[in-house]
Design a protein around this ligand. Structure first.
Ligand code: NDP
Ligand code: MG
Length: 356
């Protein structure tokens, strides 16, 4: 079992008097910044001069820097929370040449360190603090006096105190109130990629789509198929999230439970598990990372194509229409419009605003 650290193991004093610079004010960046600030630490945010997040950060009373060279030069502690695919360039062009000797370099996900896109100088501490939740939860839990559990990993310990500095940071963002689980950059990166590919994103959406298509092909109405194979996923996931698989099975009907035991393993069978093992191997060997980096470097042609195909698909069209009948649903219409550039009917948007 893993080693878990708590507030009693973490001395916030190690960060007192140090200049912390957070690069990025998105999901994670805003939460780290505001929590560290409320923990009484000296924290600034570095953003691009044209960033829309500047006004938001300033309105929250945050010190905003827009010169990344100067920001890196001034920092004792740097946290990089911009999108993973942009981190190498920011590191190479601005942070690496300017970061002072003996500084501590933090990440919230291990991708760039593990796949050696960022190679920190030997005089730097290098750490991972990865909250196990989205930024809004990291912020809201901190504000209500609790925290979101975090992972900690030490990639490089130049000062001899890297783990202690990492624990202080985890305490500053509230994670040590919940528990800080020790891991490695390798474990965090590989399991994160595997989880999102095989279960959370790839696995779940492929399962939903296959179920939907099977019903529609058999002549059932797409609206009904949508409810059965997509909409109700949340009800089941919430039960699993709150109390585990047994809790979900306790809450569903006996018919559903019997079908679950006897049919589930026919779908997720030895062939599926073999494919999962292959997906894991591609992550471990670096094959996936290489493929993804090439995709990013060539302007994301496949990602754009996949997004286009999905937005024109029956499940999305039916979904748009059905979600407009459920105005309590959260922001999905506008979000998709921003994402795909597609124009969605005003009626849907009005419905979407009702809940605000
Ligand atoms: P977001 O996409 O929410 O944050 C983007 C922020 O980075 C914005 O402030 C944006 O500012 C800035 N930014 C984007 N591109 C650049 C650039 N090229 N140079 C400088 N600033 C830039 O990121 P997340 O918070 O989702 O992810 C950050 C890190 O945290 C990643 O490593 C991710 O893996 C990790 N993580 C994310 C979790 C999550 O729940 N989202 C959970 C745990 C870890 P602007 O575009 O306005 O200039
Ligand atoms: Mg993850």
């Amino acid at each position: 079992m893993a080693t878990v650290y708590y507030e009693k193991d973490a001395d916030l004093g190690l960060l007192k008097g140090k200049k912390i610079v957070i690069f990025g004010y998105g999901s994670q960046g805003h939460a780290h910044t505001l929590n560290l600030k409320d923990s009484g630490l000296d924290v600034s945010v570095c953003l691009r001069p044209e960033s829309k997040a500047i006004d938001r950060a300033k309105a929250a009373g945050v010190n905003v820097l827009t010169n990344p060279d100067e920001a890196a030069r001034s920092a004792d502690v740097v946290m990089i929370v911009i999108p993973d695919e942009d981190q190498k360039k920011l590191w190479d062009d601005h942070i690496a040449p300017n970061l002072k000797k003996g500084a501590a370099l933090f990440f919230a996900h291990g991708f760039n360190i593990h796949f050696k896109r960022v190679v920190p100088r030997p005089d730097l501490d290098c750490l991972l603090i990865a909250p196990k939740g989205p930024g809004h939860l990291v912020r809201s839990q901190y504000q209500s006096g609790v925290g979101v559990p975090c992972l900690i990993a030490v990639g490089q310990d130049a000062s001899g105190k890297a783990k202690q500095i990492g624990l202080a940071y985890a305490r500053g963002i509230g994670g040590a109130r919940a528990g800080v689980i020790e891991t490695t950059f390798k474990e965090e990166t590989e399991t994160d990629l595997f989880g999102e590919q095989s279960v959370l994103c790839g696995g779940v959406t492929a399962l939903i789509q296959a179920g939907f298509e099977t019903l529609v092909k058999a002549g059932y109405q797409p609206e009904v198929a949508y409810f059965e194979c997509l909409h109700e996923v949340k009800l089941i996931v919430d039960l699993i999230y709150n109390g585990g698989i047994a809790n979900m099975r306790y809450s569903i009907s006996n018919t559903a439970e019997y079908g679950d035991y006897t049919r589930g393993p026919r779908l997720i069978n030895e062939t599926t598990k073999k494919e999962m093992a292959k997906i894991l191997e591609e992550i471990q060997s670096g094959k996936f990372a290489k493929e993804y980096i090439e995709e990013c470097e060539s302007g994301m042609p496949q990602l754009k194509q996949f997004r286009k195909e999905l937005s024109g698909s029956l499940i999305e069209k039916v979904g748009d229409q059905l979600r407009s009948m459920m105005p309590w649903l959260d922001g999905s219409v506008q979000k998709r419009e921003q994402h795909t550039g597609e124009v969605i009917s005003p009626a849907l948007k009005t419905a979407d605003l009702v809940k605000k």
